[in-house]
Design a protein around this ligand. Structure first.
Ligand SMILES: [Zn+2]
Length: 309
């Protein structure tokens, strides 16, 4: 069977029992579902169309009447369609032939609700829009379950409703994302504040070379934040380095001794003249000490331990 995404389902026979319709429709909204009758057929889950037909025939006297053969097939099909409706399909609940009561989205699989007094065949539905809409009289809308075409959905203005609901959901998603980016922003604000404090502390110059252009300077952590978040904001855990030295320090290409001297790792080899002069030549050189917060020696040690230096 081709999957049909749009279905008209009548909660109750409005023509015969308008009060009963209202009552049942309220139950549909409250319990977030739509349900149909023919309860004596029993749980439909494992039943084929043919089996449903047989059960209708056995359990309802009317189908055994003459001239009811077509009706039997038609009703069996409705019941079969109903239980085959897929999660995510759109349901249009109607009140008679001239009114749409609500639009919803199937939110799970068919089940036989034994606790219900009537209309036990149930589909969970998330009702998206319950504004009642008058429509042109639909002559063929007497059966309970009818597949709808996309054109019909458009004609009733339902495609628009579904689209709006999707947009609202999307916007709600963005809002959720916004609180997330606010958190990120806070982190970013913190990082900026930290960088500023460290740059100031080192008079806006790299501690190991003469780079003094802000654009090339970073306030880096001696002990990485991930290793000890508690001291992430401690200015004694910060050092002002230029981009190249920041990378080299972060990778453990060089460390700083307790005497504040640069120690370049023995394993660092380069054929680049730029890197040789920027890094290799630093070995043994004393760093430029800051005005206020000297690097904490315990942090320097931890940096060396982390990098095995
Ligand atoms: Zn530098």
């Amino acid at each position: 069977m081709k999957t049909i995404n749009y279905w008209k389902i009548s909660p109750w026979d409005w023509g015969k029992d308008p009060q009963g319709w209202e009552k049942q429709w309220n139950a549909c909204l409250k319990e977030k579902m739509i349900a149909i009758g023919w309860d004596k057929v029993g749980d439909l889950q494992e039943l084929s169309l043919e089996q449903i037909k047989n059960r209708l025939f056995e359990n309802y006297e009317e189908y055994r009447r003459r001239n009811y053969k077509t009706r039997l097939t038609l009703d069996a099909k409705q019941i079969f369609y109903f239980k085959e409706i897929k999660d995510g399909a759109i349901v249009v609940a109607n009140k008679g032939q001239k009114e749409i009561a609500g639009v919803g989205q199937v939110d799970g699989n068919y089940y036989y609700n034994r606790r219900a007094d009537v209309h036990k065949h149930t589909l969970p539905v998330k009702w998206l829009d319950t504004e009642r809409r008058k429509i042109r009289r639909q002559m063929h809308w007497l059966p309970t379950v009818i597949p709808l075409t996309k054109q019909k959905m458009r004609e009733f203005g339902i495609l628009k409703i579904i689209k709006e609901v999707r947009i609202q959901k999307y916007e709600a998603g963005i809002k959720k994302g916004a609180t997330f980016s606010q958190r990120v922003m806070k982190t970013r604000e913190f990082q900026q504040a930290f960088r500023n404090a460290i740059l100031e502390n080192y008079q806006r110059r790299c501690a190991v070379c003469d780079v003094d252009d802000d654009a090339f300077l970073r306030g880096c952590h001696i002990v990485p934040v991930k290793n000890d978040p508690k001291i992430a904001g401690d200015p004694k855990n910060g050092i002002c380095l230029c981009v190249i030295h920041d990378v080299a320090f972060e990778k453990g290409i060089f460390s700083i001794t307790d005497e504040y001297e640069v120690r370049v790792s023995d394993s660092f080899k380069t054929t680049s003249r730029v890197l040789a002069s920027a890094i290799s030549k630093l070995n043994g050189k004393k760093i430029r000490l800051p005005s206020q917060y000297y690097p904490n020696k315990l942090y320097l040690k931890k940096h060396r331990v982390i990098h095995g230096l």
